[in-house]
Write a new protein. Structure first.
Length: 126
């Protein structure tokens, strides 16, 4: 790939902004992730926000919930575009992994991030 993948976090309210800030604080990487909120958005406004965030760069769209308007909009937006992949159930662990593996294809980066996010979910022993 010529340029590193971009990550676009799509969420309700300010969740995406908080995750972008957290990743930047932990890693010092400030150019890998962009937030998109669905606040006040209909489908067309969400598509416009996604288009602005993605630009012409291959990207992974990280969605907050495995259902609802953010996921439906992102899946529809990404349909038929091999330069985009969608992951839902975003968490901090998957984003931290993603920012260090942006040289992968969108599909491979999405699979890797989903695996990292899943592995991070634990119930600690008391």
């Amino acid at each position: 790939m010529n340029s590193p993948l971009r990550g676009v976090i799509v969420s309700h309210a300010a969740v995406a902004e908080a995750l972008v800030t957290a990743v930047a604080s932990i890693t010092g990487i400030t150019d890998a992730l962009l937030p998109v909120s669905n606040d006040g958005c209909d489908r067309d406004a969400l598509f416009a926000a996604l288009a602005a965030a993605v630009g012409q760069t291959p990207a992974v769209l990280f969605i907050d919930l495995p259902g609802g308007s953010c996921l439906a909009g992102a899946v529809t937006y990404a349909r038929g575009r091999p330069d985009l992949a969608v992951v839902t159930g975003v968490n901090l662990a998957m984003l931290l992994d993603f920012v260090f593996h942006r040289d992968l294809s969108p599909a491979d980066a999405a699979q890797r991030a989903a695996g990292a996010g899943s592995k991070a979910i634990r119930v600690p022993a008391a």
